[in-house]
Design a protein around this ligand. Structure first.
Ligand SMILES: Nc1ncnc2c1ncn2[C@@H]1O[C@H](COP(=O)(O)OP(=O)(O)O)[C@@H](O)[C@H]1O
Ligand SMILES: [Mg+2]
Length: 132
C-alpha cells in the first residue's frame, strides 16, 4: 500500500502477435475499445502480480484478438449483464465501457466482441473478432 492507502499492483502486459496483419478498422474507435478492455482488466486485478495478455490469432478470413487477465473474474450469474449499459460493480463505475465497446466492434466494424472465458479468482478473456 502507498501513502494514499492505494494498493500497488505490478502488472505485466504481454503481446503475442505472430506476424504483421492488415485489418480494416477505425483506428480511434479501436484504440478506445482496447483502452477500455485494458482498464477493466487493470481494475479486475486484485493480486499483487497482474498479467494482461493480448494474443492475436490469424485465421483465413478473420483476425482474433484475445485479451486475457488474471483478475478476479466474473460470476456466472452476472455474465449476461456485463454488456448492458449501466451495469457496473464498481463504486464509481458508469457501466458504459463494455456496451460501447461492443457496439463499436459489432455494429461499426461488423465484428464480434464476446466474453469467451471467465473463472472466479482466476481471470477473464474477452475476444475481438474482425473480418480481414
Ligand atoms: N476483465 C474483467 N474482469 C472482471 N470483471 C469485468 C472485466 N471487465 C468487465 N467486468 C465487469 O463488467 C462490468 C461492466 O464493465 P464496463 O461496462 O466497462 O463498466 P465499468 O468499468 O464502468 O464498471 C464491470 O463493472 C465489471 O463488473
Ligand atoms: Mg470499464
Amino acid at each position: 500500500m502507498n501513502a494514499d492507502g492505494k494498493v500497488i499492483k505490478k502488472v505485466s502486459i504481454k503481446i503475442n502477435s505472430p506476424e504483421k496483419l492488415n485489418v480494416k478498422m477505425n483506428k480511434d474507435l479501436f484504440e478506445w475499445v482496447i483502452e477500455n478492455l485494458l482498464k477493466n482488466s487493470l481494475d479486475a486485478i486484485d493480486k499483487t502480480t497482474g498479467i494482461i495478455e493480448f494474443t492475436v490469432h490469424n485465421r483465413d478470413k478473420e483476425v482474433l484478438l484475445d485479451v486475457t487477465d488474471n483478475g478476479k473474474g466474473i460470476d456466472k450469474k452476472f455474465r449476461k449483464d456485463i454488456f448492458r449499459p449501466g451495469y457496473s460493480t464498481k463504486l464509481r463505475g458508469w457501466g458504459l465501457g463494455l456496451s460501447l465497446a461492443k457496439r463499436i466492434i459489432d455494429v461499426y466494424h461488423k465484428g464480434k466482441l464476446t466474453l469467451i472465458d471467465s473463472i472466479l479468482d482466476k481471470g477473464t478473456t474477452f475476444r475481438i473478432k474482425l473480418a480481414k
